[in-house]
Design a protein around this ligand. Sequence first.
Ligand SMILES: [Zn+2]
Ligand SMILES: [Zn+2]
Length: 279
Amino acid sequence: MADTPPPLSVTVAGSGAVRAHPTRGGPCYVVTVNGRNLVFDCGRMAVHNLSRFGVAVETVAEVFITHLHFDHICDLPLLLLLSWNNGRTQRLPVTGPKGIAAFLENGLRQAYSADIKSRMGHGKNADYLEWDTTELTKEGVVHHTPELKIDTLITKHGGLLNFNYRLKTPDKTIVVMSDSEPDPRIVDFCRDADLVLIECSGTKEFFDTVPWGTWHTTPEQVGQMMRDAGAKKVVLKHLVIESFRDNNPQVSEGMAETIRNIYPASEVFVGADGMKFDL
Ligand SMILES: [Zn+2]
Ligand SMILES: [Zn+2]
């Protein structure tokens, strides 16, 4: 008799990117596997949105970071501090590119040294502020248990070491893409995935107007890669262009429509903060 598959869900905790946006937080996504909350990226408003969408920070089991652009890590010190404040009872594992340990030493331990000293003075257990970093420098498996395997793909983005994460449970595959230039290897990495969270930062016409346009993927490229991969659900995130178009959601809907036209068999969703998928 087959084992009952573990409960699995994906929550978009932040569908936006760098710029402040009235309804879109910065990059943050939660994959919940058998009750364990795995957080991918921790951008602007991540801590606030985790609370809004039912994930108390002290219940975060593990954090994975794609790359060290500030829009993906600015709330990570806050997540560690607040979960400590709220009663976290374990050292928090944080996996990310080489440099994540120094970021936390400088941006948390050094930056908040007066606060940390003050709180320890009223009885906080310093052990539970701590984190265990796994610094990645190459592709490979970063987590392997019978219920979940996570492996990575490196792609180009802004000259940074940049990791995309693929999660496999006994019967489902979820991919959490980073910001990325298009790359033929993405097709294999997303092959037959049940759900892919993928950046759709803007159109080619928009990218031609900004100096960082070549760091990202156009809707046409998303559509082609997801079609060739046979991805089932495609969830668009990191919707930068909307912030340059009066935060008009129709701009993102237009990009989704482009993808649907290229890949009509897919289910394409414009990510929204709080959007949740049970798989
Ligand atoms: Zn980036
Ligand atoms: Zn970004």
